[in-house]
Design a protein around this ligand. Structure first.
Ligand code: SAM
Length: 236
């Protein structure tokens, strides 16, 4: 936790004072091993960042006086369309994409996504939010990404995608594609990625019809959780 992410409910109603207990309190005490008077990097969710000075430290809570004046880092201009990965991978991928600055993530059904994944508790709003919070805390950012679930491939690609990709470079990451993934891109990107089983030919064709260019990182086939940072880092 490189940034303590604050929420409006943390404010005590006494000026800029916040009170923390639970997970963030434990982390601050156990990892940062703070004492009264010490400063920590803090940020208000969807707002500015700054410092929090510890004014009160008890065995189950602490209070800080916060001063916020720093803007969060710029977003990565990438919309990530990801075939829904298995639940334990989903959390890691959401955390990773969030910490790399992606602000729009679309979880899409494809032929090779196991149907049971759509019923997983990992897709509950609260669970998704937990992963996003960890990503923001990791990267010192405060702006929550938007996560959209699209359990129907064809209507999404035919009805929503053409508008979504407007003004962006639409890329489909596909191992074996003959075009190398571009090194540096000067415009916003919409990046589509397959599931563990990849895209089937029909999906590749539908994405190509929509304007997506098939690009590859080379002959090595990476797991989704490795491919996400490898691809995004090219665009950073
Ligand atoms: N057997 C699948 C195939 O051949 O498509 C492997 C899919 S891979 C485990 C999961 C996803 O990660 C792929 O659909 C792709 O989006 C991305 N990926 C993995 N390795 C890649 C590479 N070398 N180049 C581009 N994308 C890659």
């Amino acid at each position: 936790m490189n940034l303590i992410l604050l929420f409006p409910k943390d404010y005590t109603g006494n000026g800029e004072r916040v009170r923390l207990c639970g997970r963030r309190f434990r982390h601050i005490v156990d990892v940062h091993q703070v004492s009264v008077g010490q400063n920590l990097r803090v940020g208000l969710v969807n707002g500015q960042m700054g410092t929090g000075s510890i004014t009160n430290l008890k065995k189950d809570m602490l209070e800080m006086e916060v001063e916020l004046s720093i803007e969060p880092p710029s977003a990565l201009p990438v919309t990530l369309i990801l075939a829904l990965p298995r639940p334990k991978v989903l959390k890691r991928v959401l955390l990773c994409a969030t910490s790399m600055g992606v602000k729009k993530i679309i979880l899409l059904n494809t032929w090779r996504v196991e149907k049971s994944f759509w019923k997983s508790p990992a897709l509950q709003e609260e669970k998704i939010r937990e992963a996003l919070v960890l990503g923001l805390e990791q990267a010192c950012d405060t702006i929550f990404p938007e996560v959209m679930l699209r359990p129907l491939f064809k209507p999404f690609v035919e009805d929503e995608l053409p508008e979504l990709i407007q003004g962006t470079l639409p890329l489909m990451a596909h191992p074996g594609g003959s075009t190398p993934f571009p090194g540096k891109v000067e415009q916003a990107v919409t990046l589509a990625m397959g599931s563990e089983g990849g895209f089937i030919s029909y999906e590749v064709e539908k994405l190509q019809e929509c304007g997506f260019q098939m690009v590859s990182l080379g002959e090595r086939i990476l797991r989704v959780e490795s491919a996400v940072p490898a691809l995004l880092s090219r665009l950073l």
